[in-house]
Design a protein around this ligand. Structure first.
Ligand SMILES: C[S@@+](CC[C@H](N)C(=O)[O-])C[C@H]1O[C@@H](n2cnc3c(N)ncnc32)[C@H](O)[C@@H]1O
Length: 289
């Protein structure tokens, strides 16, 4: 950072954003967020508000790559990212390495919060909220208060784009596919068996599934961390999510549920509805009247 935030804003107003080059991108996690995630967010939010003038909040922003792309590629000018971790602190370095970007745009601000900490007192009146692959990680008991708080953050007429993928009951809903490719294995095997399968895996990891936390943990530490994330999943279904959102005061303006077309193991057919087992993604546009 060079100088206070208002100076950065002024500098950008006068001379524009620092140059960047997507041709330098070598990391597949970065690419997936800089293009796929950001494009979907822009499509869904952009249909309901103007990104260049909207004040946005990203709940569970992670490393902030998607937010950076919303600014650089989709013209957003104000995004505040909140998260219980500080992965976003790596963004200046990541953006330098992957894009040759000298400094982050003034449009981006980030904040670490305690899980469930209310935001509406400090972030009321926002035009749009984004949450990408985050709500499946929030502790169940915190879901209703967090959704009510996010509803209170939005201005009337504002929208909230919420995405979850993979949903828990889908083939790789465990989020363990990096190590265990067997579809629905988490619904078929015990926790011990799952961990044994993870421990035994010594192959390469799919590059677009390896986030920038990998370097902090190392190969074995990353395995343990990914497994603990699996254990903490709230196992939310798409129906439950919609129900919770409506109870928090939102209206559903648009929704899409994506399905995986795979033969379902015999052992699961009687235990869960087929639709639940196939539904791996939900995209929701929630509104505040
Ligand atoms: C799978 S990551 C997704 C991060 C980012 N949205 C992305 O697409 O890369 C889930 C994120 O949710 C965050 N998270 C989990 N529980 C949270 C909570 N209660 N409040 C805010 N963030 C939370 C985690 O720290 C993590 O960064």
């Amino acid at each position: 950072m060079s100088g206070p935030h208002w100076m950065l804003r002024l500098r950008e107003r006068l001379w524009g954003l620092p140059p960047w080059d997507a041709g330098r991108i070598g990391d597949e996690w970065f690419r997936a967020h800089f293009f796929h995630a950001a494009d979907l967010v822009a499509q869904w939010l952009g249909g309901a508000l103007r990104l260049p003038t909207a004040r946005l909040l990203n709940f569970g922003c992670g490393d902030g790559i998607t937010d950076l792309a919303l600014v650089l590629r989709h013209g957003a000018t104000a995004i505040h990212g909140v998260d219980i971790r500080r992965e976003y602190a790596k963004l200046p370095r990541i953006a330098r390495e992957q894009l040759g970007l000298a400094r982050l745009p003034a449009a981006l601000t980030f904040e670490t919060i305690a899980p469930g900490a209310p935001l509406a007192g400090r972030h009321a009146g926002v035009d749009g909220i984004v949450s990408w692959s985050t709500f499946e990680h929030v502790a169940r008991a915190q879901l209703p208060p967090i959704l009510r708080d996010l509803h209170a953050c939005l201005r009337p007429g504002g929208v909230f784009f919420l995405q979850i993928e993979p949903l828990f009951h889908s083939p790789w809903g465990s989020h363990l596919r990096r190590y265990d490719d067997v579809p629905w294995h988490h619904l078929l095997a015990s926790e011990d068996e799952l961990w044994q399968a993870m421990e035994a895996y010594q192959g390469e990891l799919q590059p677009d599934e390896v986030d920038f936390g990998f370097a902090d943990f190392g190969p074995e530490g990353y395995k343990r961390w990914v497994f603990s994330e699996y254990q903490a999943l709230n196992r939310l279904t798409a129906d439950e999510l919609v129900d919770l959102a409506v109870r928090a005061g939102f209206t559903v303006r648009r929704q899409e549920r994506r399905q995986v077309d795979l033969p379902i193991p015999e052992a699961l057919l009687g235990r869960y509805p087929e639709e639940l087992l196939r539904n791996n993604e939900i995209l929701l546009l929630l509104g505040k009247d």
